[in-house]
Write a protein that binds this ligand. Structure first.
Ligand code: MN
Length: 240
């Protein structure tokens, strides 16, 4: 009895070994025997639309669909890199889409699931941009562009971000403690699982006088990272 959580794989043509690791992992006995696989956002470095006919989305859909067809549910929540991923691709990949902030009962324990970016409230500039781009109008404008133009747009954004940070790694502000407490209180849970910050850890905290837990998933920039949740507890493990 194990449920698996991954996030922030940032799959990209520039890291083919990570794409291969993802495919290998989804086909592994560990995953094929799991109760479910959850992907909590930023599966890819950039998502330009469900109509993208490139090789990477095809490989992702193939790997995920094979897992789903083997009887393992695959839950997917969008992150800030792939928030325009929608029903079309989900159907191809066999994903069950989850809203950010969904509560799932894992072996009797209600658990709040988030990508994590909405918890980073100290980054005011980011939250402003987030509001602007998460509208049906913004998505419609992007999707009205030809595929080639969207591809060029994504490549340019990636280049700019690399020139800015000097590497492919992104530095992200951490979560705000009050935002975490508020989200957990609102959901009525004592366990939260999220990604986004690339700071994998299990944090024990006190919420309204009671013990609670915030688990942060690791990114896949250099190697894989998975959270295994069982009826007994949970642990983070590296993958290579
Ligand atoms: Mn993210």
């Amino acid at each position: 009895m194990t449920t698996l959580f991954i996030a922030d794989l940032h799959l990209d043509d520039s890291r083919p070994h990570i794409t291969e690791l993802f495919e290998r992992y989804l086909a592994s006995d560990d995953v094929r025997r799991a109760d479910a696989l959850y992907i909590l956002g930023d599966l890819v470095e950039a998502w330009i639309g469900d109509d993208d006919d490139a090789e990477l989305p095809r490989r992702i859909a193939h790997a995920s669909r094979a897992l789903r067809d083997s009887g393992v549910p695959v839950y997917f929540m969008v992150g800030n890199r792939d928030f325009i991923l929608g029903e079309d691709f989900a159907a191809r990949a066999g994903f069950t889409l989850l809203d950010d902030g969904t509560v799932h009962n894992l072996y009797g324990r209600p658990t709040l699931l988030m990508h994590g970016d909405v918890l980073c409230t100290d980054d005011v500039a980011y939250q402003t941009v987030r509001k602007q781009v998460r509208t049906p109008e913004w998505k419609a404008n992007i999707m009205a562009m030809p595929l080639a133009a969207r591809r060029a747009f994504a490549a340019k954004a990636r280049q700019d971000s690399r020139a800015h940070t000097g590497s492919t790694m992104e530095t992200i502000m951490d979560v705000n403690a009050s935002a975490v407490a508020e989200a957990m209180r609102h959901a009525g849970v004592d366990r939260l699982i999220h990604g986004h910050t690339h700071r994998p850890a299990v944090h024990d905290l006190t919420l309204d006088g009671k013990p609670a837990e915030r688990i942060v998933l690791g990114d896949w920039y250099e190697h894989g990272s998975v959270l295994k949740v069982t009826p007994e507890g949970s642990r983070l493990e590296g993958l290579s």
